[in-house]
Design a protein around this ligand. Sequence first.
Ligand SMILES: NC(=O)c1ccc[n+]([C@@H]2O[C@H](COP(=O)([O-])OP(=O)(O)OC[C@H]3O[C@@H](n4cnc5c(N)ncnc54)[C@H](OP(=O)(O)O)[C@@H]3O)[C@@H](O)[C@H]2O)c1
Length: 242
Amino acid sequence: MNKTALVIGATKGIGKSLTERLLCEGYSVIMTYATDNETADSVFSSLSLRFPDHVFLLQADSSDWSSIDRIVSFVDEHHMMLDVMVFNAGSTDRSPFLSINPESWMQVFMVNVHFPTFLLQKIYPYISHGGNVVFTGSLMAIQPHSLSLAYGVTKAAVHALVKNLVKFLMEKQVRVNAVAPGFVDTEWQKNKPDEIRHNITRKVAAGRFCDPEELTDVYMLLINNHYMNGEIVVCDGGYSYQ
Ligand SMILES: NC(=O)c1ccc[n+]([C@@H]2O[C@H](COP(=O)([O-])OP(=O)(O)OC[C@H]3O[C@@H](n4cnc5c(N)ncnc54)[C@H](OP(=O)(O)O)[C@@H]3O)[C@@H](O)[C@H]2O)c1
C-alpha cells in the first residue's frame, strides 16, 4: 500500500536526500520549501520524472504563521493521511551575543520550535494511527559549540519537545523521535569559509563531513523501528573524540 510523507524543508540538503530515499522506498512525498523557487522547481521536475504522481511541491515558509493553514489545506484537499511527518527546516542567527536583536531571536524560535509545534497540532488529525514524526535536531543542542546562541537553544528545545510529545501522541500510537546530525555537507556548511570547515573536520574522528545520503539511514531507522520513541539519535562521525 502506498504511504505518504510530508517533509518540511525538502528541496535541498538533508531534506532533499530524505525525500529521494522515501520515494525510493515507495512513499508519496509532499515537499515544502521557503524561498528558492528555482531550485525547488528543478528538484521537483527531476523527481517527478523518476517518480511520476508521487511527488508534491508546496511553497510554505516556516517563518510565516499562514503557512500552517496552507499546508493543512493542501493535505485536506488531496484527501491525504500522513504516515510520516518530518520537521527538517531550520533557521539560525550568528550575531554575536551583544548584537542579537529580539526580532532575529524570535525568527529562529519561530522556524525551529513554534512553527513545528503548531503545525503538528493542526496536522495531527491527518496523521495515521501508528504513524510517526521525526524532527531534525542538532549535535549543537547537546554540545553547545554553536556560533549561534539562538540555534543551540532552539535545537535543545526541539530535543525537549520530542521527549515531551511522546505521551501526547501515544493515544494514536504515533511515535516521535529526532535525528541530531553533527556536520553535514549541505549548503548550510558549504557556505562556511575553508578555515572554519577545516577546524570542524579536525575535530571529527571520521575526518570529514557527513554525506546527506548516509544520514537518511538514521531517519529510516526511526521511521521503520516501531519500538523507537522519544529518542534523539546523534550521528556525528565521532565529533570531539580526537
Ligand atoms: N548541515 C548541517 O551540518 C546540519 C547539522 C545539524 C542539523 N542540521 C539541521 O538540518 C536541517 C536541514 O539543514 P540542511 O543543512 O539540509 O539545510 P539546507 O541545505 O540549507 O536546506 C534547507 C532546506 O529547508 C528549506 N527551508 C529553510 N528555511 C525554511 C523555512 N523557513 N521554511 C520552510 N523551509 C525552509 C530550504 O528551502 P529554501 O531553499 O527555499 O530556503 C531547503 O529546502 C536544519 O534544521 C538544520 O538545522 C544541519
